[in-house]
Design a protein around this ligand. Sequence first.
Ligand code: N2P
Length: 348
Amino acid sequence: MKKNIKVLVIMSLILVIGFISTGCGDNRPVINVYNWGDYIDPSVIKDFQKEFNVKVNYNTFATNEDMYVSIKKGGTSYDVAFPSDYMIERMIEENMLEKINKDNVPNISNIEDRFLYLDFDPNNDYSVPYMWGTVGIIYNKEMVDDKVDSWDILWNEKYKGQILMLDSQRDSIAVALKKLGYSMNSRDTNELEQAKEELIKQKPLVYAYVGDEVKDIMVGEEAALAVVWSGDAVAMIRENENLEYVIPKEGTNLWFDNMIIPKTSKNKEIAEQFINFMQRPEIAARNTDYVGYSTPNYKAMELLPEDIVNSKVAYPTEEEMGDVEIFKDPKDFLKVYDDIWLEIKAQR
Ligand code: N2P
């Protein structure tokens, strides 16, 4: 009898432990979503989980390069990720992406045509637009008394220790290339060498190379000038009206972040449902309102407040954007870009 009780106790213990370790009997399917930091309204994830009875395991990254390495290594089997244009081009080339069944993503019809069929994914076989924007300079009008209309200002000794650069290799090298009047897709060793020298020369003036922290630093007026993505500028200007965003006259980068399904996905159907959900007008509008970035979804635009829709920072006309370039995958030049970045980061 005593022995029986012992067996019973042990068996129930095993059951309880099993229950706890599988998440309290949670046997919902799981999808692993990999997005940029500060790039979604968290309530959207909750709503998706509830409506589709799935669990979203949500992770974030800070740069396309970080995202690429994690997906390539394959530690986590991601189901949805949000790379930019040039990285999508590379992932398609390296056969890392699943084809998306558009019948399962009918909300792609809410996307404005100018965000579809772009060179990096000509038929949108592999990606569905999420957000877009430009790169520019945000500055504090109380702290900067020079005219801000050129990348040059980021090399002005007067602002030593008050300049923030993006901790992103493509973006920072692009700034230096544009300052020099070159293409940000340069494949010319001599031009790239000059860009590297510019960034090395600038380094003593730079307070820090930053990611999402840029918002707290600029809103808190701890720096005067920063290179930023337009959506972050929108979010910062909302918090501090001394801040202004400018697209320099030498031209800038126009970028697109799209949703993709990596080959590692074990739940392609739910991944497609998630992508489709993200482009429901009311969901896209909620994300846009929350993060400050620009939506390609014209039906979401109809739901957004006037101040967002009319924002020149978020929705510049072609003329206001000026001379823009879209990043291309550097292909055989990737190592040159990587090496430049390593050398700049190593400088003191
Ligand atoms: C959001 C990052 C936006 C990504 N924190 C720009 N491509």
